[in-house]
Design a protein around this ligand. Structure first.
Ligand SMILES: Nc1nc2c(ncn2[C@@H]2O[C@@H]3COP(=O)(O)O[C@H]4[C@@H](O)[C@H](n5cnc6c(=O)[nH]c(N)nc65)O[C@@H]4COP(=O)(O)O[C@H]3[C@H]2O)c(=O)[nH]1
Length: 768
């Protein structure tokens, strides 16, 4: 059976209205009867077609051979074709090739009656070449005239919903990739490909990224654009007339160029685009929440034109997704950079430098090669900072780091180790002449004045060199020896260079190196406190503890205080470290107090700390901050300190006493303090130096001194504590002489906080 397009005159006809009815009845001629039947049939088809056209659904009749027999208006509209052209097509020409096999499988089953109906999602070809999704419901009908089956297909356009679904799926997939380890270009390529299938046919997408300087766009992903085009577009300048993308990046707004052939923005790039068949380009900036440019999302089309609302909406969503991907990767890069690169200069930091050195060492060991390390330290850099301010200091460091980078060969590492120190790592054991050439090159970098705030400065540097394998086998040793050599260079006058030699490992250099490491120790939290208990001999109870500083050096292990406190004093660092000790000890005492263990905390004060004008306010601040009652704090002063400037000291001590802080003189007996001064000092106790205790009880002289000290101190109402008590005999002697307190290994060594707490709780009273 073949339906032909209805003529309008039949559209409203019925049997009764047929002009052939009367004649057929009257004439009873076969011709008339045939015409009557035809007119009735045509009328019925007309009504059927009208009914189909009224329905919003696309309806079609398809023969068993797949030919369209009848199509509704809305089906024609769906496919963008007129009825005549559609009726010339077959079902297999309209359905997506991937969706056809399933239909071919099912149709015979429907013909045989095995299946009555069948429904599935299919893609149909629009006249413009794109496919769209429909929900097809197929039923089987019998044509009594043709005496054959045919199919009736009802198609509902579900393209919008399907696109949304695909888009959501693509978004989810991209988000999973973003969250995973997938590299950014792969994520962006996925976003581009997912969007291309949603776009008008033959659309091609590119995603470009803003470069670090914000001057150019780098190709992020453009999987469907020709490679030659991508190559040429990579590095596109961001500017007011720089194609669609460069301009959109410049304006930070959409730039929708409908025809590249005529757009003035494409002046310099027209030929390139047209030669690759690109005619329209719609560029959308990818911005973050702070409205900063991350990149550009662009759709290229081979036809001129502007995007519809739907396309713009899709673009907006895809741009958002690309923004998330870029920002996430940027955040990851920033975190990595922060861990391995110096924020100020962008150079590798100490961690990365050490890592590279380790790797270079392994390579050198494998290949029997060599390494050269040049430690660079700016001369008098502190002066720049102090006189011009830190911003100027930063500028100098940035300038120097750029110059150093320019002076080295590719493959060499320049790192900033901290402050004004840099390290150059060259992966070969440079001989004397090569080394002289390198240092000469580096020196010349410093001959150029640095301009800051229209003033020019000359900065010089000192260089220390160590080499593998000559000067060490491991990274730590090589770095330290380059450092030692640099100090030697400094010692010999600034602006010099020294190569490491074992003779340099003298005390002086060691001290300087230690001093520098001490500066970093606070930052790196290498200091800790141990606590030694003090026993009150009258009550037999532990009444107080002394806080004793320790330095946990990363390479040298635990360093005792007497090896570094003089260095702290020398460098002035003792004030900072002293405040740290005080704060830490007071906070600890407060914690013990809250835990039901109110122990007095004794803290050592150095001479330099006492001479600083801000000791009293600092103490007040620490007590307030930690919440420790001043009665639970004791300050231990050395004899030397008291005697240094007695008048000034007396004044300061009176203030401290007024604050209810206890005061003790430490190492008593080793200095020259006369007891007459002591009576002018508001002291609570004297701590007799361990050198007098060690001879007890055998040494008559020590016994006599201690007996005299105890007697005199008691007349001045000052308590006496013996230090360094190591034996029961010493303790007995002291008890007999009415010494007030003792401290020493016999009771306990200095302990970490946790152990001290357990110790005191376990041994509250010393057995007789
Ligand atoms: N042979 C022997 N030694 C004993 C015995 N009992 C305790 N000691 C040691 O004697 C020292 C007592 O501390 P100090 O006289 O204040 O002497 C301290 C103190 O002057 C100074 N110091 C420690 N921590 C600090 C601090 O935080 N600031 C300041 N300015 N100086 C500190 O370093 C000095 C040495 O401290 P450490 O090495 O911890 O040495 C401690 C302690 O471990 C014993 O029975 N036998």
């Amino acid at each position: 059976m073949k339906f032909s397009p209805m003529e309008p005159k039949f559209a409203q006809s019925s049997l009764l209205e047929s002009p052939y009815l009367a004649r057929a009845l009257l004439e009873n001629s076969p011709d008339c009867i045939k015409k009557l039947i035809q007119s009735v049939l045509a009328a019925s088809e007309g009504r059927y077609q009208a009914a189909l056209d009224q329905a919003g659904l696309g309806i079609s009749h398809v023969s068993l051979t797949g030919q369209y027999l009848l199509v509704s208006d809305s089906f024609c509209a769906m496919l963008g074709r007129d009825r005549a052209s559609l009726l010339r097509l077959s079902y297999s020409e309209v359905i997506h090739p991937e969706d056809l096999p399933r239909s071919l499988e099912v149709f015979p089953k429907m013909v045989s009656g095995e299946l009555q109906s069948f429904a599935a999602e299919k893609r149909l070809l629009h006249q413009n070449g794109s496919y769209f999704w429909v929900w097809n419901h197929v039923g089987r009908l019998w044509d009594p005239v043709a005496e054959s089956h045919y199919f009736i297909v009802i198609s509902e356009n579900i393209d919008q919903r399907k696109r949304q679904e695909t888009l959501l799926k693509a978004e989810r997939r991209c988000l999973e990739k973003i969250a995973g380890d997938v590299p950014l270009p792969a994520v962006l390529a996925d976003i581009a490909l997912s969007l291309e299938v949603q776009m008008p046919p033959q659309s091609r997408i590119s995603i470009m990224l803003r470069d670090r300087e914000g001057l150019r766009l780098r190709m992020g992903a453009a999987p469907s654009l020709p490679a030659a085009y991508n190559q040429a577009a990579d590095g596109l300048a961001i500017g007011p007339a720089s194609g669609s993308c460069g301009t959109a990046a410049f304006r930070r707004e959409n730039v929708l160029v409908s025809d590249i052939a005529t757009s003035p923005l494409w002046e310099g790039y027209r030929e390139l685009a047209l030669s690759h068949g690109l005619r329209a380009c719609w560029s959308v900036p990818i911005l973050n929440a702070r409205h900063e440019l991350l990149g550009i999302f662009a759709v290229y089309s081979p036809q001129s034109g502007t995007p519809g609302v739907e396309v713009l909406d899709l673009l907006r969503r895809a741009t958002h997704l690309a923004g998330i991907a870029i920002e996430r990767r940027q955040a990851e890069e920033t975190i990595t950079r922060m861990a391995y690169y110096d924020a100020l200069t962008g150079l590798p930091n100490r961690v990365l430098c050490q890592d590279r050195l380790e790797h270079a060492l392994k390579r050198a060991q494998r290949q029997h090669g060599g390494l050269t390390l040049v430690f660079v330290d700016l001369d008098h850099f502190k002066l720049v900072n102090d006189s011009l301010g830190h911003a100027a200091g930063d500028q100098v460091l940035r300038e120097i780091s750029q110059r150093l980078q320019r002076s080295v060969r590719e493959g060499d590492t320049v790192a900033r180790l901290g402050g004004d120190e840099f390290l150059l790592l060259a992966e070969e054991n440079l001989d004397a002449s090569a080394l002289t050439a390198l240092i000469g090159r580096m020196r010349r970098l410093f001959e150029q004045p640095i301009e800051i705030e229209s003033r020019s400065f000359l900065v010089t540097a000192s260089f220390g060199v160590s080499r593998y394998p000559d000067d060490g086998e491991d990274a730590q040793t090589l770095m330290r020896r380059a450092d030692v050599a640099m100090y030697q260079a400094k010692q010999r006058g600034r602006d010099g260079m020294q190569q490491y030699s074992p003779a340099m490992e003298s005390n002086g250099i060691e001290r300087l190196v230690l001093q520098r490491e001490l500066r970093l120790a606070l930052e790196r939290e290498e200091f800790i406190l141990h606590y030694q208990p003090q026993l009150d001999l009258a009550s037999g109870k532990i009444s107080s503890v002394e806080a004793l500083l320790r330095w946990q050096h990363p390479e040298r292990g635990m360093i005792p205080p007497l090896s570094f406190i003089p260095l702290l004093e020398e460098s002035g660092l003792i004030n900072q470290v002293g405040e740290w000790v005080l704060r830490k000890a007071c906070a600890q005492a407060r914690r013990w107090q809250l835990a039901g263990l109110p122990l007095r905390m004794a803290v050592n004060l150095s001479q330099r700390q006492c001479q600083e004008g801000n000791l009293i306010p600092m103490l007040e601040r620490v007590l307030v901050d930690t919440g420790l009652a001043p009665e639970l704090l004791e300050l231990e002063l050395t004899e030397g300190l008291v005697m240094h400037d007695p008048e000034k000291t007396i004044k300061a001590l009176r203030v401290l006493k007024g604050m209810h802080i206890s005061l003790a003189v430490d190492d008593f007996g080793t200095g020259y303090s006369s007891l007459s001064y002591l009576q002018r000092l508001p002291l609570d106790s004297l701590k007799v130096d361990k050198s007098f205790v060690q001879g007890l009880p055998a040494s008559g002289e020590d016994a006599a001194i201690i007996t005299a000290i105890i007697a005199m101190a008691h007349t001045l109402n000052i308590k006496v504590v013996a230090e360094g008590v190591e034996t029961a005999a010493q303790l007995d002697f002291l008890r007999n002489k009415h010494c007030d307190g003792m401290q020493g290994y016999f009771l306990s060594r200095p302990l970490p906080a946790g152990e001290l707490f357990n110790f005191v709780r376990r041994v509250p009273v010393l057995p007789e």
